[in-house]
Design a protein around this ligand. Structure first.
Ligand code: NDP
Length: 475
């Protein structure tokens, strides 16, 4: 990982624009400019229903012990009216507003005012100031990578409180889960709306803005590419990592504490969820510099999809297994525990190794070995908005020779493992694997569409060399 610190210039060689040689035919390769009716219909559907979906899942646990069917039966049979369900839903409280404000303020403080010191003593960890990828306008942003430090400090304080200070109960998150949902929504909508207004009046980089002319599309998918306040407060990096992902492990710990309080013990399924998702979260922060090169940061603009998604969708729906296990404490047999653990760990291994292989390949500009052999690749080129031509490479060795998105396959195996910890009594905990399958399949298609616009016929040569997306021989 040390070589991570090499400059981006070693990954992609920029040369003078000559219009000759293997050419990318497209000048634009960022987000779509034109909005088709299907995308628009999906966007309006999500804007209207995504908040309701989150509410429905959380309410089902609160009022129906995590049954997704029972509320519907009650409503259809007239046993209950919508108003009955709504009236039973906890409202926003001053306490929740206080907790949430303190939480977000603390994360802003850790992000903005505490330069990374972990990279100074943790061998192999890449933190501190790092560069992102070249944006469509040809800009290379700098980021202060200090997520691991923020995660460690937050969790040390959490455990210090739980075992020593006792300022608040470790079940605090579970106990205020629905009032906190309203706070998360307020922040999610506020930041998305602010990002939209900002893009019109004071964008960070006007050349990287995209106005499609469609209000709903622009609000959902974002206009600004890398909105910032000041030099360092980057919206994408902050909102995705914290409060979203730092919170993920804390939320699971709060669920475990609730099980302990209710049943006098923490089940092995709850421990598995905490461990497997904990590995995923820690991996994210250990590799935060690598994350700068992923689609979220490299290609997505910042709108409601990321803003609201990071504040509400991620913390509430990615943690459904732990929530379910509070209501249904599942004690797994040894064989199931080992089987699920193995599935989760193998999935994680594939996810990490596939990402690592591409990362090493890009950092060394293809001068590396994969599985002991010289890495094979396809040469390609593309152009940024200003017409500058860049050269890049697409690897065809290792997991990248098996399928074009084998990292997603590993991710899906891990996701399935989380769900299996909950047994088969209810479908609610399986929402995550269904959602991830849709998300990652859609991401494959979205990414490939973008790569085709970017690399043109070079991308076609690549897909001919690696014909499958997720599962070799099948899809
Ligand atoms: P990738 O890391 O697969 O990045 C895709 C990009 O990599 C492409 O746009 C292209 O970019 C480049 N690329 C594609 N093929 C090759 C190749 N053969 N050789 C070299 N470069 C190539 O995707 P993501 O950023 O979406 O995902 C990163 C990880 O994050 C994944 O493991 C995914 O599972 C995970 N993830 C998890 C989510 C969650 O909610 N839990 C959500 C999304 C992702 P370029 O323009 O540079 O060529």
């Amino acid at each position: 990982m040390a070589a991570h610190q090499e400059k981006k210039s070693s990954e992609e060689r920029k040369r003078k624009n000559t219009q000759s040689g293997t050419g990318a035919s497209q000048v634009q390769w960022g987000r779509a400019w034109e909005v088709d009716w299907f995308s628009l219909a999906n966007i309006i559907f999500l804007l209207m229903f995504a908040p309701l979906i989150v509410y429905y899942f959380i309410m089902s646990c609160d009022q129906y012990e995590c049954s997704l069917i029972d509320p519907l039966i009650d409503l259809v049979t007239g046993n209950k009216h919508l108003s009955d369900i709504w009236n039973k839903t906890p409202a926003l409280t001053y306490k929740a507003a206080g907790i949430y404000t303190l939480w977000v303020t603390f994360q802003v403080f850790l992000y903005q005012f505490l330069p990374d010191f972990c990279h100074k003593f943790l061998p192999g960890y890449v933190g501190g100031v790092q560069e992102g990828a070249v944006t469509p306008a040809g800009v290379v942003n700098k980021y202060e990578i200090n997520g691991l430090q923020a995660w460690i400090i937050t969790h040390v304080l959490w455990f210090a409180n739980a075992y020593y200070f006792h300022w608040f109960s470790p079940t605090i998150i579970f106990d205020n889960w629905i009032p906190l949902l309203w706070c998360a929504n307020i922040l999610g909508y506020a930041v998305s709306t602010f990002a939209m207004i900002k893009s019109y009046f004071f964008p960070t980089n006007a050349k990287d803005c995209k106005f499609t002319g469609n209000f709903f599309y622009d609000y959902m998918m974002g206009i600004e590419f890398n909105p910032r306040i000041g030099k360092w407060f980057d919206f994408k990096l902050f909102f995705n990592g914290r409060p979203g992902i730092v919170a993920w492990t804390l939320i699971n710990l709060s669920y475990a504490a609730k099980q302990q309080e209710l049943y006098g013990q923490v089940t092995n399924s709850m421990i598995l969820v905490n461990v497997l998702q904990g590995i995923y979260v820690l991996d994210f922060f250990w590799n935060e510099a690598w994350y700068l090169k992923t689609i979220d940061i490299c290609h997505d603009h910042f709108g409601w999809y990321l803003g609201w998604g990071d504040c509400v969708w991620l913390p509430y729906l990615y943690t459904l297994q732990g929530l379910y296990l509070v209501y249904h404490p599942v004690q797994l047999c040894t064989a199931s525990t080992i089987g699920i653990l193995m599935l989760g760990l193998i999935g994680y291994y594939i996810f990490r190794m596939t990402n690592h292989q591409k990362d090493l390949f890009r950092r060394t500009n293809g001068n590396c070995k994969t599985w002991g052999k010289k890495t094979e690749y396809i040469e390609c080129s593309y152009m940024s908005v200003d017409g500058t031509k860049y050269y890049s490479k697409l690897m065809t060795s290792g997991f990248w020779g098996w399928a074009r998105h084998f990292n997603y396959t590993g991710d899906l195996m891990g996701s399935l493992a989380y769900c299996l910890t909950c047994g088969f009594e209810h479908i609610l905990p399986y929402f995550y694997i269904v959602y991830m399958t849709i998300l990652l399949t859609h991401r494959c298609i979205r990414d490939e569409h973008r790569c085709f616009s970017k690399y043109g016929k070079d991308w076609k040569r690549y897909t001919a060399a690696v014909p499958y997306r997720l599962i070799p021989g099948i899809f």
